[in-house]
Ligand binder design. Structure first.
Ligand code: HAM
Length: 416
């Protein structure tokens, strides 16, 4: 039987409900922080990704790229940041600064199959453009923390590991690395936790550095640059979620300052989210026609989903949020009253209540089973007593008889 391609997902109704819940949670927290939603195209010119990345960069190796029917080299977007920088550069004069923008979109990377990594995934992005102060860094970090907390996680479950690309560049340049050597050393630093030491030492050879040099730099601790960011997070009561950790360097080339990744505390999973400051990307992609500092991050739905499933409190919170809430099921107790029952269903739906009913004749007992299965709060029983209708509250089993015209207003007022 034909199946979805490896790394791509089908979303059956339950999966869709879960995805919608995740997306709505991301949206509501972002709006609380005053971010506006935007989006861009799924297909971009492949040059958008080639321009700021060296040949061989991981993101290029993973690109779904092809030549379209017009002979253009195009790619499915692997991330949002280059699209955002392109859009901002084109219209920045239309917007007051700082711009606080978010999006929730699907992305495509030809990844090696592993837990937490798929080939199509949903990613939330939030970015602040046009502000270089540590206050913007702290605002982005606070949003990232609150997004994770919104799913029921606490500081026991996750941690933001905070680092600084600039501190890394200063260190590498002080050790005589030119631009290419810096890139190589950063790529190796990014793999310290994932690749064997001898393999990394061999890769590092052209830089004149070794794994132990990188490890000593990391062990030396927290750069002064973190001071104002950490203070701004402490003022919000969020210090407990952040740990300075220079072992974070980030795989993408465009970062220039503060960088961070969010991990589960038990270290079982890949990063939940990652981002940082990229003050040169808008300028680089627009050939200097716009020049704006920026900071942001991306959070995917895949690792987040694993962490929810593995954390009982978060899994319970999700189950409660997804519990079906049908307002009323109309039981057709007498088929000769089907037209009246349809009118009643319509009256519920017109006032904004969710209502369902059996599409074909069924025994009353079966209809009640269906109402329970759908998680209905009430059953309205339409039969010979019409225009009187019996309304049953399914959780308490209490019931009352009302005129059919009174039902929709009554249930509506109870709900609001
Ligand atoms: P990234 O670290 O490549 O950053 O991705 C951010 C998050 O997206 C990851 O931590 C992970 O949750 C999710 N993610 C990435 N690749 C996959 C995959 N193949 N399968 C499932 N989830 C995945 C960026 O994309 C940057 N553009 C973020 C950013 C925004 N930086 C500044 N602004």
């Amino acid at each position: 039987m034909l199946q979805a391609l490896p790394g791509f997902r089908d979303f059956y109704p339950g999966d869709c409900a879960r995805r919608n819940h995740v997306v709505e949670t991301w949206r509501s927290v972002s709006r609380r922080y005053g971010f506006a939603e935007f989006d861009g195209p799924v297909l971009e010119s492949a040059d958008l990704y080639r321009k700021k990345n060296e040949e061989g960069a991981e993101i290029l190796e993973q690109l779904y790229s092809f030549t379209d029917r017009g002979g253009r080299e195009v790619a499915l977007r692997p991330e949002m940041t280059p699209t955002l920088a392109r859009m901002v550069a084109a219209r920045e004069k239309h917007y007051r600064k700082p711009m606080k923008w978010f999006c929730v979109s699907n992305f495509f990377r030809h990844e090696r199959q592993q837990k937490g990594r798929l080939r199509e995934f949903l990613q939330f992005n939030a970015d602040i453009i046009g502000e270089s102060s540590p206050q913007a860094d702290a605002e982005i970090l606070a949003l990232a923390i609150d997004l994770v907390r919104a799913f029921g996680f606490t500081a026991e479950h996750f941690v933001v590991r905070l680092s600084d690309r600039k501190a890394w560049m200063d260190f590498l340049q002080s050790r005589g690395c030119d631009e290419a050597a810096c890139r190589l050393a950063l790529a190796c630093a990014d793999k310290l936790e994932r690749e064997p030491e001898d393999k990394l030492n061999a890769k590092l050879a052209p830089t004149g550095l070794s794994v132990s040099d990188l490890k000593s730099f990391i062990a030396a601790g927290s750069p002064e640059a973190f001071g104002p960011v950490l203070e701004a997070l402490a003022a919000r009561g969020l210090s407990g979620f952040v740990e300075p950790d220079l072992s974070i360097v980030r795989g993408l080339a465009y970062y220039t300052g503060v960088v961070f990744e969010i991990f589960d505390r038990s270290k079982n999973l890949r990063a939940l989210a990652g981002g940082g400051r990229y003050d040169g990307l808008v300028k680089g992609l627009s050939d200097g026609s716009a020049d704006l500092p920026a900071i942001g991050f991306g959070m995917g739905d895949v690792v987040l989903g694993h962490l929810i499933d593995e954390t009982p409190a978060a899994a319970e919170k999700l189950r409660a949020a997804l519990a079906s809430h049908l307002d009323v099921f109309v039981v057709v107790a007498d088929e000769s009253c089907r037209a009246e029952a349809l009118g009643l269903v319509q009256s519920f739906r017109e006032v904004g209540l969710s209502a369902d009913f059996p599409l074909k004749p069924a025994k009353v007992g079966k209809q009640f089973q269906e109402a329970e299965h759908l998680g209905a709060r009430h059953a309205a029983i339409v039969g010979q007593e019409w225009p009187q209708v019996k309304l049953k509250h399914l959780a308490t089993r209490s019931e009352e008889t009302l005129d059919h015209a009174a039902l929709a207003p009554k249930l509506k007022s109870q709900k609001s």
